[in-house]
Design a protein around this ligand. Structure first.
Ligand code: TNX
Length: 538
């Protein structure tokens, strides 16, 4: 079943008024109507204040009665914006288990009864586009933001306050009590990303959607797709059909690869956008290109196409940078992908090129930067691209521990921080891990959490950091279950590094809140690593 469960609007409209159910000793609840076949469910006992990850800027638990959600609860969206309406329906989808039908959703309600959930765009824009203000009292829930994105993040917070069992597809109707609280929140960094390598092993549309769902829960807003590498080309390019007819067949280990048609890529982009996530496409060049080189002989300087490659060594392949046809190829690829991608970035890789002099490499990146800009996008490249004459709009993605990029920052470049020894989700947890690599070390959850992107590198302060991204390379990972076991819980740690104020966060508090995510992830069927560092709540 797709998740979350959206309330069909028609069903929502059929909601009949039912008496409010409450779960506190202070009120006298009338039992909620239940279908006769339904076993009685125990009233929820409000636990200690729920664990939130990432940590919001301010959380003030209230001392009044909780807010009782019932089938009669109405959600109002006081904005004509369709994306705000979408957020309300997302919330209603989470609450369907409140009764035989879930809460109704009304846009621009004329009169709002007490006991409603109200979403509005009334927050002062000075708070930031992704900020929100959530207030839960026994008399109602108010969620304010200055844009639909802020509403979406407020709903993700509310979601973490709701009972985890709601995430289970087979959850039965039950009353829900939301403890009173006032939360104000906004992200530290604009770029809160994850990267999925769909080239070493291919992951289909449903797998990517699943990953997007898990990113959304943690308020992440970028999914960078590594769409090409030596072992496979993963996106249809209509003007160069052999890229997929030939270059998509392989993957690491010799199993059958795959690719996204342009329609499927659009579907991923749209699904991500609904969750306020931008897809960042990467076509790695001039290295990591064996799949393209083996599909088109003319991209090779000697005119000979190499065989497909299914091992995991790096650095041996390179486009023929001295041949004009290479730039025609790049222009076509960037044009077709840019036309399908609403976000402002195009990632051109640029890493681990062992076949070119620094001067030839820099000249190549300069030309690619021009091509990318001609197609209306801003260039992102792995940290090697600092060798080129980067424009201020271009972004450097830091990955090699110890690399110095202070000079690039001084010239105005912005950076995405993905230090391999902290943020690489494909690194093993410890020597007992059997999946993953360890060239950058072994990364337990505490290592993934305990660093500050703004003090990691000399000369690269808060103002130069666009944000944080956690790459997941898939040389050793063939299924989404394996991907999940490497990503979780570390992705939640990186989400907090990217979202929460540095001064407010610390490992001892985080590990408790992280442990509190266990029941929710379990209800969602997330295959997470039970790190011994974390006190997992059963
Ligand atoms: C380095 S990170 C790479 C990838 C590998 C990864 C494995 C980067 C820009 N290049 O090609 O998949 O290490 O951890």
């Amino acid at each position: 079943m797709p998740w979350p469960r959206f309330v069909p609007r028609l069903a929502a409209a059929l909601v009949v008024a039912a008496s409010l159910t409450s779960c506190t000793a202070s009120s006298k609840p009338k039992p909620a109507p239940r279908p006769p076949s339904q076993e009685p469910t125990p009233a929820p006992t409000p636990a200690p204040f729920p664990a939130l990850v990432p940590l919001p800027v301010s959380v003030r638990p209230g001392d009044g009665a909780p807010f009782a959600v019932s089938p009669a609860t109405a959600i109002f969206v006081q904005s004509p914006d369709p994306r705000a309406m979408f957020v309300a329906e997302f919330l209603a989808g989470l609450l369907t288990t409140v009764g035989p039908v879930g809460p109704s959703v009304t846009q621009m309600g004329a009169s709002i009864p007490e006991g409603s959930v109200v979403l509005s765009l009334d927050l002062d824009p000075a708070a930031g586009e992704e900020a929100y203000d959530l207030s839960v009292a026994s008399t109602g829930v108010s969620l304010k933001a200055s844009s639909p994105a802020g509403l979406f993040y407020g709903v993700q917070t509310l979601r973490q306050i709701l009972p985890p069992i709601l995430e289970h597809d087979a959850a039965r109707p039950r009353p829900i009590a939301i403890p009173p609280v006032r939360i104000t929140d906004r992200p530290r960094f604009a770029w809160r990303g994850a990267m999925l390598d769909v080239a070493r092993h291919f992951f289909g549309v449903e797998d990517v959607k699943r990953y997007l769902d898990l990113l959304a829960l943690h308020k992440m807003n970028r999914l960078h797709l590594h769409l090409s590498d030596d072992q496979g080309w993963r996106i249809e390019i209509k003007s160069w059909p052999n890229l997929t007819a030939m270059g998509a067949r392989s993957e690491v280990g010799g199993t059958v690869g795959g690719f996204y048609t342009q329609e499927q890529y659009k579907e991923i982009v749209a699904y991500a956008r609904e969750r306020f996530i931008d897809i960042v496409p990467e076509i790695d060049m001039p290295g990591h290109t064996n799949a393209a080189l083996s599909s088109y002989p003319e991209l090779n300087c000697d005119g000979v196409a190499p065989p497909p490659y299914t091992d995991i060594k790096v650095g041996f392949s390179c486009l023929c940078v001295s041949d004009e046809r290479t730039y025609g190829f790049i222009d076509d690829v960037v044009r077709e992908i840019s036309a399908l991608t609403p976000g402002p970035f195009f990632h051109a890789g640029g890493d681990e090129v062992k076949k070119l002099t620094d001067a030839d490499y820099a000249q190549f990146i300069n030309r690619v930067q021009d091509i990318v800009e001609r197609h209306g996008k801003r260039l992102i490249g792995w940290d090697e691209v600092a060798l080129a004459a980067l424009h201020p709009a271009s972004v450097i993605q830091h990955w090699r521990p110890g690399t110095a990029l202070g000079a690039a920052a001084a010239k105005g470049s912005k950076l995405i921080m993905s230090p391999a020894n902290r943020a690489y989700l494909d690194m093993q947890y410890d020597p007992a891990s059997f999946l993953g690599l360890f060239w950058a070390g072994r990364i337990e959850v505490r290592d993934a959490y305990s660093w500050d992107p703004a003090t990691l590198m000399e000369g690269v302060g808060e103002g130069s950091v666009l944000g944080v991204e956690a790459p997941l390379w898939t040389e050793t990972l063939a299924t989404i279950r394996e991907v999940e076991s490497m990503a979780f819980p570390r992705l939640a740690a990186i989400a907090e590094v990217a979202w929460s104020p540095q001064a407010a966060r610390g490992w001892d508090d985080f590990k408790i809140r992280l442990g509190g995510q266990g029941p929710r992830w379990q209800a969602m069927g997330v295959n997470f690593y039970r790190s011994p560092q974390v006190p997992w709540r059963p």
